[in-house]
Write a protein that binds this ligand. Structure first.
Ligand SMILES: [Zn+2]
Length: 166
């Protein structure tokens, strides 16, 4: 995995996003999410100060901390309702893992709901273009049952998300 050689930030369906420059096999690590670990207060401050993009880009890291990918490629990771990667947390942090084969030229996407705990009230309009687009992205507790089961089977919902309660 060499982020600079394997991935690029390019224009995609909705603004800019991460595009694969080579193919990835199912199960391959596509990208590590690098950035700064910040508290929920820092994320709220981005919103309060009108920097909604930066707030939206933050990845939940555990029960009360977030990973702010500002300045890193992870800041361009877009949502899709039928994504080609999933979020996995390991000892080194968060990474995007291919949940199906990815071809060169494809946008690398993940499902934001897999990092939105049941206690998370944030929602987002979606225009990902998939036939099964949910239109509104909500927290993990509101995922359609089939999607929840599939993501759980694939291991792409971190444990700290599954253990959240509304
Ligand atoms: Zn969608």
């Amino acid at each position: 995995m060499n982020t600079r050689r394997d991935l690029a930030v390019r224009p995609v369906r909705n603004g800019r996003g991460i595009v694969a420059l080579r193919g990835f096999r199912r199960g391959a690590t596509v990208c590590r999410i690098r950035g700064r670990i910040v508290g929920a207060d820092a994320v709220w401050a981005y919103w309060r100060h009108g920097n909604t993009r930066r707030g939206e880009n933050c990845f939940r890291f555990d029960a009360d901390r977030y990973l702010d990918p500002e300045g890193e490629i992870g800041a361009w990771a877009n949502h899709a309702c039928n994504p080609n990667t999933g979020i996995v947390k390991d000892a080194r942090g968060l990474k995007l893992v291919a949940i199906r084969a990815i071809a060169a030229g494809e946008e690398v996407t993940h499902d934001y709901s897999t990092l939105l705990g049941a206690d998370d009230v944030w929602t987002m309009r979606c225009n990902c273009g998939d036939a099964d687009c949910r239109r509104t992205v909500r927290n993990v507790a509101k995922l359609p049952l089939a999607a929840l089961r599939r993501y759980r089977r694939l291991g792409v919902i971190p444990r700290f998300i599954l253990s959240t309660r509304a």
